[in-house]
Design a protein around this ligand. Sequence first.
Ligand SMILES: Cc1cc2nc3c(=O)[nH]c(=O)nc-3n(C[C@H](O)[C@H](O)[C@H](O)COP(=O)(O)OP(=O)(O)OC[C@H]3O[C@@H](n4cnc5c(N)ncnc54)[C@H](O)[C@@H]3O)c2cc1C
Length: 385
Amino acid sequence: METTDLPKSSWMNEELDMLESACQRFYQEDCAPHYERWEEQGSFDRDAWVKAGETGLLGAEVPEEYGGPGGSFAHDAVITYQATRMGIDGFGAPLHNAIVIPYILQYGSEDQKKQWLPKLISAEYISAIAMTEPAAGSDLQGVRTTARKDGNHYVINGQKTFITNGQLANFIIVVAKTDPKAGAKGTSLFVVETDDVDGFRRGRNLDKIGLKSNDTSELFFDDVRVPASALIGPEEGEGFIQLMEQLPQERLLIALQAMGRIERALAETVAYVKERSAFGKKVIEFQNTQFELAEIKTEATVAKVFVDHCVARHLAGELDAATASMAKYWLTDLQCNLIDRCLQLHGGYGYMNEYPIARMYRDARVERIYGGTNEIMKLLIARSL
Ligand SMILES: Cc1cc2nc3c(=O)[nH]c(=O)nc-3n(C[C@H](O)[C@H](O)[C@H](O)COP(=O)(O)OP(=O)(O)OC[C@H]3O[C@@H](n4cnc5c(N)ncnc54)[C@H](O)[C@@H]3O)c2cc1C
């Protein structure tokens, strides 16, 4: 792929460079050859997850005492960024690594960590987080799924939708109401190990306009009994606070995915316009092409500096929720604008699925919606004014 020479991330180091190379090899050799088939079947192969685990790409932030390599968010940032940079957009591991696992690391008991983390690292457990319901997306407080205490168990009832990794996941964090009358304070998080329970059912693998290789599903919970030890955190009612604490990292992760895709779009487009001719010239020789690409590269450079600033602040424990929301909203809007302009420079070929830019155009769109819509991001930013 053409190099874009965007600014190198200040937080990278020699060890992370090695991880970057390992990611590139994994995405190129173990994913790219199968990617079209995965798009057709609507999910990755489970084997690819296992291979990712063997390559050290799952649970990078898990400490050594629980079988992990003891990395930091920087490791997950590299794994995430390189996936979209290399065109492996539908890989669910960024969510598994940097959204699900942190709930266990931050709030899990010693027993939960020992029991679950090694399985999450090896892909014996593929994970998902189920917040959204048919009638509750942006308004998370409106979740209707309930978890009723029954002796040493909880009984979960409800329905979730749009759940990433929903077909493959056998370890699902479920957002449920333990006290439906208490609003946000009545919300708790539970782990459902789906291999071991009755009453759990997967619905359709939803037919999306993009991210075809990722399974996104409805999930149904009908009197699903989980042990009391499936509650995340020491007591009921802490779920909403846990979500609010973890969502900024999810938003930064989405900004990184957008940035990886922007870099790829720029590289692909520069390569294309250098090859393609019209009116007896290469397309790159038209001044319009040069000005467009000059603007795209400038905006990509500004975006890279901003997202790197956010990663560095997050690594220092200083990234506030408003700034994470800015990164998510601005980078994901920007990527749709830039990819659209890159597609235009491909002419009709840009509209053909066999060209990577067409897939990027489809895959990028959802990032303005999930992880909290960009409208919700603006509400969060506005609260900081
Ligand atoms: C491919 C995909 C994968 C997903 N993965 C997951 C997952 O793994 N886990 C999970 O729990 N969820 C997941 N989601 C769900 C996603 O997070 C929600 O779709 C999103 O939060 C929006 O909720 P909604 O779809 O109900 O839209 P709604 O909340 O109904 O919003 C509709 C419109 O109203 C706007 N709106 C809503 N409230 C306000 C407001 N207060 N002010 C201004 N505008 C507002 C929204 O911005 C949007 O434009 C996924 C979604 C998709 C499409």
